[in-house]
Design a protein. Sequence first.
Length: 423
Amino acid sequence: MEQKLFTELRPLYVTTKEKPNEIRIRIRMRDLIDPAILRRAVDMTMKRYPYFCVELQKKDGRYVFVENHRPVVITDSLHGADLNSEESNYHMIAFCRKDNWIILDVFHGLTDGAGAYEVVRTLLYYYCSERYNVILKEEGIRLVGDEITAEEWIDPVVKRTDLPTPERKEMSNALNLITEAGLEKDHRHTVYSIAISESEFMRFNLDNGGSPGTMVSLLLSRAIAKLFPESENTIRIALCVNQRKALNAPLARQSLVGAVMLEYKDKMRDWSLDKQGTAYRGMVFAQTQEDNVLMGVASFKVINGMLLTKESDQERLGIASYINSLASKLTTATVSYVGKADYKEAEQYIRDFRLWTSPIGNDLLVEISAVNGRFTLDFLQSFSSPVIVNAFLKELDENGIIYDLQDVNELKLPNIKLPWTEQ
């Protein structure tokens, strides 16, 4: 089995040692981790996902994924193993454990949050079944013995030949948090984690015409506007969108993430919160119409096709870096919400859940997770200052939203070792 890289190309060429392009899911369980049971659970899980058991190789000048039959590594540390290295058995996926934490690390070009959630759902089923000696319901969980259809394997972007022509839209540069706040990029990547009751926040959303992703985007926009009232630059939040529905490929394993652009326009600033929420919801509705999503897919397809035309890694790196720098100028921050995790009956054994990744496009990414009755908002920053987080928390206070600032951590992700670097 050999998988030619396509949607994986841009994610591959934008990853760096400072900002490895990977997803790290941290799960704090109720009890200490049993390493033997976890080993068996990981082995069973990876049998269900053979397309994630791959090694990056270069053939005839092009990169491919080939089958990797070495065991997927579990390290006894919170740091984890560098991906695509000897210590990870040259896998692009690895696990680690420490005390009552289980951590999954996976290259973001291999899959996205939705795909990683499927892996975690399977893992927790096998681990919790044996660890707690219970019979858990299998419905909605991908398990060994299932038929693995071609839809899980085949890249739905490659096979689409009827994508609409992308529209060229001129957008002004967005407000830059580092510049506006007078912050230096201290390279101290930091994550602030905030917990909010799921039921209370959902009630607040319903009262104000929002949804978790749009409301967090709106509250963040309001916070930034109050921090920088004199700024003439546009506050523009990129809200991530799952492209699978528009592609009619709900089972696809690839990283299929687009974005809608939410602009906090000057005329909106004096509006009530519910009117602002309605406006943001309208922007999301318009931009998530199938044709608009597919135009975003078409744009990504053009970029990946362009990368394939280049002969050397250095040429591809140059293109990816240039496009990334252009994109980063158009957004102030990014908000991502995969959706309610729905880890079924295993959720009762979870105490804490975090989703971390690198804020590659700009300097702030807010990852929203919904697990076991609460939302966790991870503010992932390429700088350490709490100025943005404090302004966001003030918005929560002023709107009567009870929260818990759980902790502040250094944002550490394992490296991804790539052939064209000496990392």
